[in-house]
Design a protein around this ligand. Structure first.
Ligand code: NAD
Length: 442
């Protein structure tokens, strides 16, 4: 099929590339001319394992193209995907300005019958707004062209996005029309050739809701376990053991019950807020969802509070080594990363920070911690330790799992670790003579 993907960010670039990999002809469109120029030369704007090789291969075999010009590509297209950002608005709701801007562009330029797919995460009712926006542009032009608006929320995870897209747990399609649903099934069926058909077709509103509910459910599991971790500390229990004790129950399972420094990233924080807002707009106070957020906001500072308990409120003579800045491993994404909040809190108390992350240092330097005084960036995890008073682990990158603890002891002023991701074993830490602080166990 001939596909146009509008918005070439994490979702648009990964989806477009994977569709091209399956033999479709895909053009990824973006308003960022610099990004598009770089992509044409195979320069990828994000770090995502496996993506660069796949983009290069598909550019070479002419199945993947990049452009800033939507109008000329719409002429040849069977399906147009909207994959632009839906950032958090001032009131917490999803800001639809980019989505509706794309809808207007589609209405202005479409020349033939076409399926428009909302792949961006959008609140219930957005497909209706997209439909009305396109129709209004067609009316202005005085033309009548049939089109369908389908919801196809994306569930990929940054850091494992290619795998998620190529072998999805499920693909959700919200369509109010059998023909459109059939065409979407044809597009996705190659992704299920070696597994059972995991395509779930439903009405548009339920599909829109499914994405928010999935993210909010996962965020709820994280906040629940973090709350339990905080209670464990008070009652003298070990959350690591409690986690294994409950995860072994098949009704509960092990995933997303790892205590830590809270959830971050481009999706959970804004999607939890947006679902709460949607409920509010319909006169419902979502108390549980509200608490999920409150617990997470507090959790981001648990490690900073432990540092203060150990070293005192005034940290002006202290230096800390930070291992990990990204909101999770295998990505350079720092949107809403707990590291931002923890580092700012420590710097606010006068501390100096020596930071290292395998992929996210540019993001930190140029955007999220830009102009922050008191932070320096280093080329390796060991370099951050020199003359530091403690190491603080904030992202569970694999290279932090089994470091050389003897080297760490030599480099640090005194052997102290604050572990914001519970990566190490406290008994082994004690045997090595390391003062060790983690989440959910004193
Ligand atoms: P992003 O910010 O990485 O990318 C959005 C892109 O859209 C940018 O490159 C921007 O320049 C472009 N854009 C904005 N307006 C445009 C326009 N009018 N025409 C063409 N391009 C335009 O965003 P993202 O992380 O890819 O997220 C996109 C959507 O997918 C969001 O709704 C998000 O919630 C959802 N989502 C994201 C993830 C994720 O892991 N990042 C996962 C699932 C769903």
């Amino acid at each position: 099929m001939n596909l146009t993907v509008i918005g070439t960010g994490y979702v648009g670039l990964v989806s477009g590339t994977c569709f091209a990999e399956m033999g479709n002809t895909v053009t990824c469109i973006d308003v960022d001319a610099n990004k598009i120029e770089n992509l044409k030369q195979g320069i990828i704007p994000i770090y995502e394992p496996g993506l660069e090789a796949m983009v290069t291969r598909n550019i070479k075999n002419k199945s993947l193209h990049f452009s800033t010009d939507l109008s000329s590509h719409l002429e040849k297209c069977d399906i147009a995907f909207i994959a632009v950002g839906t950032p958090m608005g001032d009131d917490g709701s999803a800001d639809l300005k980019y989505v509706l801007q794309v809808a207007r562009e589609i209405g202005k330029h479409m020349t033939h019958s076409l399926i428009v797919v909302d792949k961006s995460t959008v609140p219930v009712g957005t497909a209706d707004k997209v439909k009305a926006t396109i129709q209004s542009e067609l009316d202005t032009r005085g033309v009548s062209i049939p089109f369908d608006v389908v919801s196809n929320p994306e569930f990929l995870k940054e850091g494992d996005a290619i795998n998620d897209f190529m072998k999805p747990d499920r693909v959700v399609i919200g369509a109010d029309n059998d023909e459109a649903a059939k065409k979407m099934r044809t597009l996705y069926s190659p992704f299920f050739r070696s597994s059972v058909d995991r395509l779930i077709i439903m009405d548009v509103r339920s599909a829109e809701m499914t994405k928010y509910v999935a993210n909010t459910m996962l965020a709820t599991k994280i906040s629940f376990m973090n709350e339990i971790a905080n209670i464990c500390e008070l009652v003298g229990a070990d959350v690591n053991k409690v986690r294994i004790g409950i995860g072994s129950d098949s009704r509960i399972g092990y995933s997303f019950i790892y205590p830590g420094s809270g959830y971050g990233g481009s999706c959970f924080p804004k999607d939890v807020k947006a679902l709460k807002k949607t409920a509010e707009e319909h006169g419902y106070t979502a108390q549980l969802i509200n608490s999920v957020e409150l617990v997470n906001d507090k959790q981001k500072l648990v490690i900073a509070n432990k540092v203060v308990n150990r070293f005192g409120e005034d940290l002006s003579s202290k230096t800390f080594a930070i291992w990990g800045l990204a909101f999770k491993p295998e990505t350079d994404d720092m949107r809403e990363a707990p590291a931002i909040y923890i580092i700012k809190d420590l710097v606010g108390r006068g501390a100096k920070i020596q930071a290292y992350d395998p992929k996210a240092m540019e993001e930190a330097q140029h955007f999220y911690l830009k102009d922050l005084e008191g932070i320096s960036y280093h080329n390796s995890k060991y370099e951050t330790l020199k003359n530091a008073d403690a190491m603080i682990l904030l992202t569970e990158w694999k290279e932090f799992r089994s470091p050389d603890f003897e080297e760490l002891k030599v480099q640090l002023n005194s052997p102290i670790i604050f572990d914001g991701r519970n990566q190490y074993n406290d008994i082994l830490m004690a045997e090595r003579g390391i003062e060790y602080y983690q989440i959910g166990k004193n």
